[in-house]
Design a protein. Sequence first.
Length: 212
Amino acid sequence: MQETFIIAIDGPAASGKGTLGRRLAKELGLPHLDTGLTYRAVAHALLSADEPLDNEKIAIDAASRVDLGKLDRAVLSEHNIGSAASKVAAMSGVRRALVELQRQFALTPPGAILDGRDIGTVVCPDAAVKFYVTASTRERARRRWNEMQLRGQDADFEDILADIAARDARDMGREDSPLKPAENAHLLDTSQMDIETAFQQALRIVMQARTG
């Protein structure tokens, strides 16, 4: 295995990329970073301090204090934080600060698995394996609705659907590092695919890359 073996997983909200990343990390014994949590951490810091989400200077300051060892998925997975994170992620200064942090994580031997929205295109363009995980907007909204129901949270499906569509538009339309598949990424459409099937497909591709 090369000094650093990096797997990049990109895709829109609720596509299954995070679940896939965690499964691959466990199977391969590699560290995993959900880079979306870093943007959520910035959004959470701003919301907690009652700061505006459109002040880039304040957001960059919050980004500079993100600690990868203290990303609490349970707290940061709240739906409102995800919507705020999508707005914060459009700021170039915030992206620069967090991308540097994410690259340091990825380049530490023996490598890592990172999932997000610009891993294969910006953060780790030389990753050994790149995936683009997607699913229909309605299916992704259904998954998010189910997650919120399991947590006992009130959720309106149509509101979630509209929010996911708005987040897609922001993520794909921003000038800095828009969400799009890397040219050499393997596409996994999970609209009609369970996580086990997606995992097995991805694992086969990874093992082929590792063995040359």
